[in-house]
Design a protein around this ligand. Structure first.
Ligand code: ATP
Ligand code: MG
Length: 410
């Protein structure tokens, strides 16, 4: 009897030379965490793939869709696992091709990873191919560019047969590239920027600036919903929330109105950098896209950037809004981001914000309020919410220096 399994293919992980085993272990850990809701019975390496088996019927099919969105997965195939009996694997090939949907042409691609098997790959192609031709008399074999390929993989005592195979999101397993702090608003862009860094293997620690107590806390819950939408493929372990409303009020009273947004952003970056240092994060990530809104001109980006010394990554800087929206839809955050919430962006907004800030004016405005004390106060007031995550490790210093960051009452 054939059983259903998932075969995970990876590219970049395989390229990492000496680190390969380490990366494969990380990918296996990510896969286990992402599929924790299913009855996983085994996750193991077989001949350049990762094999995942499940004990409950239907779980391999259900896990298939989750697996494709796990960073590090180049491709995933829903396969039948059989023994080496030709009757068994040929029957599995008929079932696999039967599930391939609409098609006119097909071919068989067999591969043996053990040479002790009596049939060569060519023999296997012919053997399985002739059974399929009999079972699907209306369909044609086509060697170049067929509609469907039935793969037959012989590994030790087992044969894996599949036709259903989809591309994964690619990238690298989360945790393989260190930690970053991401500035997460509940807008469309920053969830996408966060996702992009996670796909490149970074553990993302989002920081959200809320308009509380000057506004309601709706945007904070939208951020939590965004984190829930990225899971289980990308598991964010902690969301930091900074109640920013009172400080924005203070800035708006002290500074020229055209420079307010730049002052808010400078404080936000500085607080994010402090959190990054506590977390051991080595970069700050934002969802900025050049010229998208008034605050995202080169001059303004420069005027904000100068308050921090960690690298600031803006993975969307060259993307068009439509591309960002398409990605947001794919990762499941778009609808959440479209819900309106008063957040600190809408609070105390000037009627005409500066679009090309002059540095000397920015520096003058920066001295109009006690920014050092404000940053200190905000870091003291930071709250956080924790989530299930296989890759996030909270900073040890946090417990020792509790005054620095107090846990939020749920
Ligand atoms: P988004 O869709 O991510 O809100 P946006 O197009 O609305 O971006 P801005 O509001 O100018 O652009 O924000 C630029 C970037 O600054 C955001 O992508 C985000 O990284 C960061 N940011 C803005 N507001 C907040 C906030 N309230 N909390 C945390 N980060 C924020
Ligand atoms: Mg915004």
């Amino acid at each position: 009897m054939a059983s259903r399994v998932c075969l995970v293919h990876y590219h970049e992980v395989g390229l990492k030379g000496k680190n390969r085993a380490h990366f494969e272990r990380m990918l296996m850990d990510s896969l286990k965490a992402a599929c924790a809701a299913f009855s996983i019975s085994c996750v193991t390496r077989i001949s350049g793939h990762i094999l995942m088996t499940f004990s409950a019927p239907g779980d391999a099919d259900r896990a298939f869709d989750v697996i494709r969105s796990v960073p590090g997965v180049a491709r995933v195939s829903l396969a039948y696992h059989t023994n080496r009996e030709p009757d068994e694997y040929c029957r599995a090939a008929v079932r696999a091709l039967g599930e391939a949907g609409e098609f006119d042409t097909f071919k068989v691609a067999a591969k043996r990873s053990n040479t002790d098997y009596p049939l060569t790959s060519m023999d296997l192609n012919q053997q399985v191919g002739s059974v399929l031709c009999e079972a699907f008399p209306q369909k044609r074999v086509k060697m170049r560019d067929p509609d469907v390929t039935v793969h037959v993989l012989v590994v030790q005592g087992s044969v894996y047969v599949y036709a259903r195979s989809v591309r994964g999101v690619g990238g690298l397993p989360v945790g393989s590239a260190g930690k970053v702090v991401t500035l997460l608003s509940s807008g469309i862009d920053s969830p996408v920027a966060t996702w992009m860094l996670a796909r490149r293997g970074a553990v993302c620690v989002p920081v959200h600036f809320s308009g509380r107590p000057q506004t309601a806390d709706t945007s904070e819950y939208l951020c939590q919903d965004i984190i829930a939408a990225l899971a289980p493929a990308i598991q964010i372990g902690r969301l930091y929330v900074v109640p920013f409303g009172d400080c924005q009020r203070e800035i708006s009273l002290a500074c020229p109105s055209a420079l307010r947004v730049i002052m808010y952003r400078r404080v936000m970056y500085a607080v994010a950098e402090r959190i990054a240092r506590i977390e051991g994060a080595k970069a700050i990530v934002t969802g900025e896209s050049l010229g998208q809104v008034a605050s995202q001109t080169l001059e303004n980006i420069m005027a904000v950037n100068e308050v921090v010394s960690l690298p600031v990554f803006r993975p969307l800087i060259g993307s068009d809004k439509q591309e960002i929206i398409e990605r947001a839809e794919k990762i499941g955050t778009y609808d959440i981001s479209c819900e309106t919430a008063p957040d600190c962006c809408t609070l105390f907004m000037p009627r005409s914000p500066e679009t090309h800030a002059k540095l000397d004016q920015v520096h003058e405005a920066w001295e109009l309020f006690d920014h050092e004390a404000m940053i200190e106060r905000l870091v003291d007031a930071v709250e956080y919410v924790d989530f299930e995550s296989g890759s996030y490790r909270p900073p040890r210093r946090l417990r020792e220096r509790h005054a620095e960051l107090a846990p939020r009452e749920q």
